[in-house]
Write a protein that binds this ligand. Structure first.
Ligand code: TXA
Ligand code: MG
Length: 311
């Protein structure tokens, strides 16, 4: 453990500038960015090299702060009071007007949120005053890092790492979905199911353990999508990418993929709410973050294609 107050202020400054930092939590190391910034969150996906957008966990300093962003039922408040700070993540409805990046929750109306117990994570949350979006600090498809050296092996020397030594738990937080009527463990983790209240139905055998594959964790627009469009046809509204003289909604007029990722879900939602009957999307280069953008768009288009069975 080699952390000084200077390191914390430097990390906080980086977060405020939209840069990423690796931080220790009691579970695993996280790759953190300002959760209020779509661009910082796009950088997280870019750095992890993920081919698709997965919703991320938002880390906040306290239950009071969590309540600014998510709607807590009485049951959710009780569980949060019992386990926070600690390795339990709650999936809850986003509050109306919630300032957290829509990209961080992959366009969903829910938020996965937790208050970490690790003193370094706590110090950074307090010093920066920001909510921090942080997936595990590994490259996509690899093991979660539990030591600062693991993070360096995964992400190289360019990323600022707060070295808090070994993580206490070494496995990720338990993800508990309290969004619907029946709470469900979406991901088993550091808090074993037996410690969660029996009111969750688990002890009666009613508790559902959904595997990530079963998870309906993807936002898709209600309107049909037409991909690789060069212009909008009658009844369509155009989602442009790159230079375009007239399109009102452009993922990135300069053709910047990070900007396009940052804008993707908020622009899809905006066009979904428009008067058009369908959305025409211009081609996105299939490299870097473009792979994840195209993955999302292809799924959204397939959701309306009668020839492709819905997942
Ligand atoms: O221990 C942890 O949770 C670590 C440390 C850094 O806090 N973080 C972590 O984040 O494991 P990540 O991004 O690797 O895992 C996020 C998990 C995924 O299983 C994701 O599907 C789920 O949380 N998740 C996030 N937002 C969700 C949402 N709105 N609805 C359902 N599941 C969600
Ligand atoms: Mg992970």
């Amino acid at each position: 453990m080699t952390i000084s107050p200077n390191d914390i202020s430097r990390a906080a400054e980086l977060l405020k500038k939209g840069e990423l930092v690796a931080l220790p939590t009691e579970t695993v190391y996280g790759l953190g960015g300002n959760a209020l910034s779509d661009m910082a969150v796009a950088k997280i996906f870019e750095t992890k090299g993920r081919p698709s957008f997965n919703p991320l966990i938002i880390h906040v300093a306290s239950l009071e702060e969590a309540m600014r962003y998510a709607t807590f039922s009485d049951a959710a408040t009780a569980i949060a009071k019992k386990f926070w700070p600690g390795p339990l993540t709650l999936v809850l409805p986003r509050k109306r007007g919630c300032a957290i990046s829509l990209l961080a929750s992959a366009g969903l109306d829910t938020l996965a949120i937790r208050v970490p117990a690790h003193p370094v994570a706590q110090a950074l949350l307090q010093e920066s005053g920001l909510p921090i979006a942080a997936p595990s600090a590994n490259r996509s498809g690899r093991l979660s890092p539990t030591h600062a050296e693991h993070v360096r092996e995964e992400l190289g020397n360019d990323i600022f790492i707060l070295d808090g030594g070994a993580c206490e738990f070494g496995i990720e937080s338990t993800v508990l979905d309290m969004n619907g009527d029946t709470p469900a463990i979406l991901r088993p983790g550091a808090i074993i199911a037996e410690r969660l209240p029996s009111s969750l139905g688990r002890e009666q055998g009613e508790g559902k353990l959904k595997s990530p594959g079963q998870l309906e964790s993807h936002y898709a627009p209600n309107k049909p999508l037409r991909l690789n469009a060069t212009e909008a046809w009658a009844g369509e509204v155009l989602l442009a990418f790159g230079a375009h003289a007239t399109a009102e909604t452009n993922l990135s007029p300069t053709g910047n993929l990070r900007e396009a990722a940052a804008n993707l879900f908020s622009m899809l939602r905006k066009l979904d709410a428009s008067a058009a009957t369908s959305i025409a999307v211009m081609p996105i280069p299939n490299a870097g973050l473009g792979v994840a953008i195209n993955d999302r768009l292809t799924r959204a288009a397939a959701a309306h294609d009668p020839h492709i069975p819905r997942a």
